[in-house]
Design a protein around this ligand. Structure first.
Ligand code: PMP
Length: 431
């Protein structure tokens, strides 16, 4: 492994002109210390930095690259598409095709609107929910992350969790006033919130599998409970599947858990690595969106032809027989291997996985919400992270993020990862 001299130079220079040197906070290694590798290219399961190092990549652009970097068919489709122009600002058949592909993939979805990020998707979905119900309040869960727009940047996960300042300065008190933040997996808290504010609550938004405080699974009955409570009170249930969509068995939380949300937000995988988000749901709600209805939402680059091409190509490959099962098999193999390493060393920590998502908490106790996630040994995580990185394995640089898997990871990559993880654990524990 080469010293990351060029990366360090670029990071220092970037900090002069870009806040913190990065265009999204967690990339800066803020929570683990040190300086991030500057990336020159990605190919398959690998990232290559400007210092000539190769890393097996387990964060995959934070989720979108379910086939790995630069999948040849995605690249070829983009190469052809770019010759036809980069943006039209007028409707295309591609948008219709991607809409149909997603609707076909996601049970219960009837209409969908493309946007450019997950943040836009959740912001717009809540606007629809408020318009549909005529109510102002929204319930969210502590440690769930739905993007950085004002009304949901309250007790959020992901980068906001690392910084220890879940409420950002600059968010107007009014914008956050109607947001009720409750502990994840706690149905009693939800019942109590509805008892107090039931006629004011437009929606409950939830990560049905939480991936932004580390990987945290819903307890049996939690999502079902949200469905029945919201129904009872005339509030909408919004599944934020920006992160877990197309990465859970069956392709979605709706399919996997057999629950029918009113609205759903998507992103990441459906854009194949280009900037895409989407929100959709039942026709009666989505027909409120302009120009079909009065709820305004728009975007210069929404439905961008390159983004639609990358997303469509990736989703079609993902739906080929056996592809999702193969990615899930690799995830299970990695998780099993990590757990074997941990138990061989008599450590109380456990990895877990679902679909093509995985996580490892350095906590001896089960993690089911934000408070329990915070009990993890983040110093041990930071040492483990750097020891792994030095061995050419790049996981998300925070205890409170998920791991991802792609089709491009080979069994040899997994073997190499597990060997590196064993050595990295020993090094991290000895320090
Ligand atoms: N919702 C969830 C569940 C997410 O994980 C994220 C991003 N990690 C977002 C929304 C926001 O998406 P974006 O970063 O594209 O704005």
């Amino acid at each position: 492994m080469n010293d990351r001299v060029r990366s360090a130079e670029l990071f220092a220079a970037s900090r002069e002109v870009i806040p913190g040197g990065v265009n999204s906070p967690v990339r800066s290694f803020r929570s683990v210390g040190g300086t991030p590798p500057f990336i020159a290219r990605g190919e398959g399961a690998y990232l290559y930095d400007v210092d000539g190092n190769r890393y097996i990549d387990y964060f995959l652009s934070w989720g979108p690259l379910v086939l790995g970097h630069a999948h040849p068919e995605v690249v070829e489709a983009l190469r052809e598409a770019v010759l036809r122009g980069t943006s039209y600002g007028a409707p295309t058949e591609l948008e219709l095709e991607l809409a149909r592909e997603v609707i076909d993939f996601y049970p219960g979805l009837e209409m969908i609107r493309m946007v450019n990020s997950g943040t836009e998707a959740t912001m717009s979905a809540l606007r629809v929910a408020r318009a549909a119900t005529g109510r102002p309040k929204v319930v969210k869960f502590i440690g769930n992350y739905h993007g950085h727009h004002d009304s949901l940047l309250v007790r959020a996960g992901s980068g906001a969790m690392d910084m220890g300042v879940p409420d950002s300065p600059g968010v107007a008190p009014g914008a956050a006033r109607d947001t009720l933040s409750l502990p994840y997996n706690d149905l009693d808290a939800v019942r109590e919130a509805f008892r107090q504010h039931g006629d004011q609550i437009a929606a409950v938004i939830v990560e049905p599998v939480a991936g932004n405080m580390g990987l945290v699974l819903p307890r049996p009955g939690f999502l079902e409970g949200l469905r029945s409570i919201t129904r009872e009170h005339g509030a909408l249930l919004v599944f934020d599947e920006v992160l877990c969509g197309f990465r859970l068995p069956g392709g979605s939380a709706a399919a996997h858990f057999g629950i029918d949300p009113d609205l759903v937000t998507l992103g990441k995988v459906i854009g194949g690595g280009l900037p895409v988000g989407a929100y959709g749901g039942k026709r009666r709600y989505m027909e409120l969106v302009a120009p079909a209805g009065p709820v305004y939402q728009a975007g210069t680059l929404s439905g961008n032809p390159l983004a639609m091409t990358a997303g469509l190509t990736q989703l079609r490959i993902l739906r080929r027989p056996g592809v999702m099962a193969e990615i899930e098999r690799k995830t299970a193999r990695l998780v099993e291997g990590l757990n074997a390493l941990l138990s061989r060393r008599g450590l109380p920590y456990r990895a877990q996985g679902i679909g093509s998502l995985w996580g490892l908490f350095f906590s001896a106790e089960p993690v089911y919400d934000y408070e329990s996630a915070l009990k993890s040994d983040t110093r041990l995580f930071a040492r483990f992270f750097h020891a792994l990185l030095r061995r050419g394995v790049y996981i998300a640089p925070s205890q409170f993020e998920s791991g991802f898997m792609s089709l491009a990871h080979t069994d040899a990559d997994l073997d190499a990862t597990l060997e590196a993880a064993g050595d990295a654990l020993d090094e991290a524990l000895a320090m």
